[in-house]
Design a protein. Structure first.
Length: 66
């Protein structure tokens, strides 16, 4: 699964740590999600989308193999 989290995060001037603190996860969690090494739970995906006031569908893209 690919995502646009880094783009959204950078557009508003947040660091990975800032986003992690805002949704109560570790910076490493944000890093591994952004690099598609970890697929977040529905709860984390919703928290990220809510933080950016957008939909999960705008943040995450399913690959054909997903």
């Amino acid at each position: 699964m690919q995502n646009h989290i880094a783009e959204f995060r950078k557009a508003v001037g947040l660091s990975q740590q800032d986003l992690a603190d805002a949704i109560n996860v570790s910076r490493k969690t944000i890093s591994t999600i952004e690099t598609s090494r970890f697929t977040p739970s529905v709860i984390i995906a919703l928290k990220i989308a809510q933080h950016f006031n957008t939909s999960v569908e705008r943040l995450f893209i399913l690959d054909e193999q997903d």
